[in-house]
Write a protein that binds this ligand. Structure first.
Ligand SMILES: C[S@@+](CC[C@H](N)C(=O)[O-])C[C@H]1O[C@@H](n2cnc3c(N)ncnc32)[C@H](O)[C@@H]1O
Length: 290
């Protein structure tokens, strides 16, 4: 267990260190209990943001201590569902980082045209905006009919939204701008119908998509892929868990397969670094070379 650094000469330093140690221990016990009871493994999530979210849940539930939160989590599955939503940080958008999609069109699409059939894994797909964006790009590039997209996330709730394909109407202006900057070739509004409950995206975009729950921290690979997209997910994992996931991805990618990460993520300094070359280092697009 990491002992925090306390300046020497501080008379309260010892007791603060003990408090922090105790808090750390309580967090570890809570995560262990959640793992045993529900199988969700957050033990290797980055500590600072994990702690913030646990305390936020503790406040919202009107509780006073971490052990009370642990007790409630173990006895009320609905509370666990709420914590899962807190921890899984589902922020996403259509054509997020438009420059990534420009690079994907220029550097990945030509390679995909050489394959008769392409399996793509979109890991940590959240509410599906990324999947619909990818499907639009693949349709426009004449590739969609030769592709199957496996879109997975740890969180069943976000997957339900993804399957529906209805996104808030007030986001469409921003998504249209993203789409244009991402090199979109049509009118963005051709892909959805404005309905009372939001922008309802064309079902043709998900004809070749399989949505399924999959936990990157615990589950095994389930197929061999030409492309794996895992953007803005591993940023919440510690180094050890990142290495686990990189090993899983490397094993799941065929030779010369493509791995795409988020703008704040990198293959550098991970266990798989030497096994990829950068197709576009700025856009975090890599090709498996060994
Ligand atoms: C910030 S969102 C990223 C969504 C999308 N990839 C994007 O870039 O816009 C992170 C997603 O990772 C999912 N996630 C977190 N931990 C996971 C795990 N262990 N296994 C699978 N998905 C996970 C969350 O549920 C969330 O939907």
């Amino acid at each position: 267990m990491a002992v925090p650094l306390i300046p020497t000469g501080d008379p309260d330093a010892g007791s603060r260190a003990r408090d922090l140690d105790l808090e750390q221990l309580e967090i570890e016990l809570l995560l262990e209990a959640v793992h045993r009871r529900y199988g969700f493994d957050f033990r290797q999530y980055a500590q600072a943001s994990l702690k913030r979210r646990l305390y936020r849940r503790l406040d919202v539930e009107g509780l006073g201590t971490l052990s009370q939160l642990q007790d409630k989590l173990l006895h009320e599955p609905a509370c666990m569902e709420r914590l899962l939503l807190d921890l899984s940080i589902n922020v996403t958008s259509m054509f997020r980082d438009p420059s990534f999609y420009v690079a994907f069109r220029e550097k990945v699409v030509p390679a995909l045209h050489t394959y008769p059939f392409t399996r793509i894994w979109c890991a940590g797909c959240s509410t599906g905006e990324e999947v619909y964006s990818l499907a639009i790009l693949l349709q426009e590039e004449g590739l969609y009919d030769h592709c199957r997209i496996y879109a997975t996330d740890i969180n069943e709730n976000v997957l339900a939204t993804a399957r529906e394909g209805v996104f808030p109407l007030d986001k469409m202006q921003q998504y249209t701008q993203n789409y244009v900057r991402a090199g979109g070739k049509r009118e963005f509004s051709e892909y959805y119908l404005a309905a009372y409950d939001g922008a309802r995206f064309s079902r043709s975009l998900v004809e070749n998509v399989v949505f399924a729950q999959h936990n990157l921290a615990m589950d095994r690979g389930f197929n061999e892929f030409t492309v794996i997209l895992c953007r803005n997910v591993m940023i919440y994992f510690d180094r050890e868990l990142q290495d686990r996931v990189h090993t899983l991805f490397h094993d799941s990618l065929e030779n010369f397969g493509i791995l795409a990460l988020g703008h704040k993520e990198s293959i550098n300094f991970t266990v798989a670094a030497s096994r990829y070359e950068a197709l576009d280092a700025d856009e975090r697009i890599y090709r498996k070379v060994s």
